[in-house]
Design a protein around this ligand. Structure first.
Ligand code: ADP
Length: 388
C-alpha cells in the first residue's frame, strides 16, 4: 500500500498509530467516570486523524480498524465482547469505520496534493534561479561581446589609419624619389659627356654598374608608385564596362610584347561588368603578359574566359607554359616577390600580380591561381556581376 510521502520508516509510522490509539483508549478509560458510555468514538477519531496525517494511508486505516475493535470491545455494551447489544451501536461502529476510511483517504489525497505543490514550487524556484543566473550570464556575455566588438572596431580603425598612412608614405616616397633619380641620371650623362675618352677602362666599368643600378632603382620606384596609385581605385567612377572591348584594347597593346606572331591568345565571349576600364585592362594585361612571358620551349597559348557563379563573374586566364609549384602560390601576390627571379631569364620586378590583386579587391573581387610546374597556370579573379 502506498502511503503518500509519509515521514519515517513503516515501523515508526505504524508504531505512532498504535500509540495514538492506545492514548485515546487510556484517556477514554479515564473519562469513563464522568461520561459513562457516551461519545465512545470521539477521541479515537482524533487518533485516526493523527495516524493518517503522520503515517499516511496504511497507519490511518490500521488506526481506524484498531479503534473500532477497541471501542466495540471495551466501550460498547456488553463490555469485553465484540458483539454489540444494540443494533444502533453496530451502525455507529460502521459509521466510525466509514468515517475513518474517508478521513484517511482525504488526508492522504491532501498530503499527495501538498507534496506535488511543494515539488512544483521547488522546481519552479530552481527554474527561476537557473533563469536568473542564465539571464545574468547572458547579460555578462553580451557586455563582453560588446567590449570585444568595440575593441575590434577600434583596432580596425587603427589598422585602417596606419594602412592609409603607409599608403601615403609609399606614394610620396616613390613620387619624391623620382626627382633625385632623374638628377643622378642627368649628372651621369654630364659626366660621360665631359670625361669621354679621358677615363680608363675600370672607370667606364664602374659607370656601367652605376647605370645598371640606376635603371633598377628607377624601375622599382616606378613600380612602387604604380602600386601606391592603385589605392585610389574609386567605386564612384565605375562604369558599365564591356570586358570584350577592354580585352581587344589590351591585345592590341600586347601585340608588341608577344614574342612570336604564332603565339595564340584566345578569348571566349566576356561579360559586361561595373568596373574602372583602365584598371581592368591592367588586370588583363598583366595576366596575359605573364602567360606569354613565363614560357617554355613550346609556343605560348593563353585562353581567357569567364563564367557566372553566385552573383559574380569568375574570369580565368590560362596558359600552357612553365607553371610554378603551388607551395609558393601565396607569395606571388606579394609586392616584389618573384618565383623566377634573380638569375632567371624572365625579366620583371614582382609588382604586377600585387597590383592586379589590389585592383581586383578594390572592385570587390578575389584572386587566386592554380598551377603545376611544367603544366601551365590558370589565374582566376572575380568581379561582382552587375545588378540588372
Ligand atoms: P613579375 O612578372 O614582374 O615577376 P608578377 O607579380 O607579375 O611579377 O609575378 C610574380 C611572380 O609570379 C613571377 O615572378 C613568377 O615567378 C610568377 N608568375 C606569375 N605569372 C606566372 C605564370 N603565368 N606562370 C608561371 N609563373 C608565374
Amino acid at each position: 500500500m502506498r502511503d503518500g510521502n509519509a515521514t519515517g520508516t513503516p515501523l515508526i509510522r505504524y508504531g505512532a498509530a498504535v500509540i495514538a490509539v492506545a492514548l485515546a483508549c487510556l484517556v477514554r478509560l479515564i473519562l469513563t467516570l464522568p461520561l459513562g458510555q457516551e461519545f465512545p468514538f470521539f477521541l479515537f477519531v482524533l487518533a485516526v486523524v493523527f495516524s493518517a496525517v503522520f503515517g499516511g494511508r496504511g497507519p490511518g486505516l490500521a488506526a481506524t480498524a484498531l479503534s473500532a475493535a477497541i471501542v466495540d470491545f471495551i466501550f460498547i455494551e456488553p463490555e469485553f465482547s465484540f458483539i454489540p447489544a444494540h443494533s444502533a451501536d453496530t451502525t455507529r461502529i460502521i459509521l466510525f469505520v466509514a468515517l475513518g476510511v474517508v478521513i484517511t483517504l482525504v488526508v492522504d489525497r491532501l498530503r499527495l496534493a501538498n507534496e506535488g505543490l511543494r515539488r512544483f514550487a521547488q522546481a519552479s524556484g530552481q527554474a527561476n534561479l537557473r533563469l536568473q543566473s542564465s539571464e545574468h550570464e547572458s547579460v555578462q556575455a553580451n557586455e563582453q561581446l560588446q567590449r570585444s566588438q568595440d575593441q575590434m572596431t577600434q583596432a580596425i580603425a587603427r589598422l585602417k589609419q596606419s594602412n592609409d598612412d603607409l599608403q601615403k608614405f609609399a606614394y610620396s616616397v616613390s613620387h619624391d624619389l623620382q626627382t633625385p633619380i632623374r638628377a643622378i641620371g642627368a649628372f651621369r650623362q654630364l659626366l660621360t659627356r665631359k670625361y669621354q675618352g679621358r677615363l680608363d677602362k675600370e672607370a667606364d666599368e664602374l659607370l656601367t654598374h652605376i647605370d645598371g643600378g640606376l635603371g633598377r632603382m628607377n624601375a622599382l620606384v616606378h613600380d612602387l608608385l604604380e602600386y601606391s596609385k592603385v589605392t585610389h581605385v574609386d567605386a564612384d567612377f565605375f562604369t558599365e564596362t564591356d570586358c570584350n572591348e577592354v580585352l581587344r584594347g589590351v591585345l592590341k597593346d600586347c601585340g608588341a610584347t608577344v614574342p612570336e606572331a604564332s603565339a595564340i591568345v584566345v578569348a571566349d565571349p566576356l561579360p559586361t561588368v561595373q568596373a574602372d576600364p583602365a584598371r581592368l585592362s591592367q588586370v588583363f594585361m598583366n595576366s596575359i603578359e605573364n602567360g606569354l612571358k613565363y614560357r617554355s620551349a613550346q609556343l605560348p597559348n593563353v585562353h581567357i574566359s569567364a563564367k557566372p557563379e553566385d552573383g559574380r563573374w569568375v574570369f580565368s586566364v590560362k596558359d600552357n607554359e612553365i607553371g610554378f609549384d603551388m607551395a609558393y602560390a601565396g607569395r606571388i601576390f606579394t609586392p616584389f616577390e618573384r618565383l623566377h627571379g634573380a638569375g632567371s631569364r624572365y625579366q620583371g620586378s614582382g609588382i604586377g600580380l600585387a597590383i592586379v590583386k589590389r585592383i581586383v579587391e578594390r572592385h570587390g573581387g578575389t584572386i587566386w591561381a592554380e598551377s603545376e610546374t611544367g603544366a601551365g597556370s590558370t589565374f582566376y579573379f572575380t568581379i561582382p556581376a552587375s545588378k540588372t
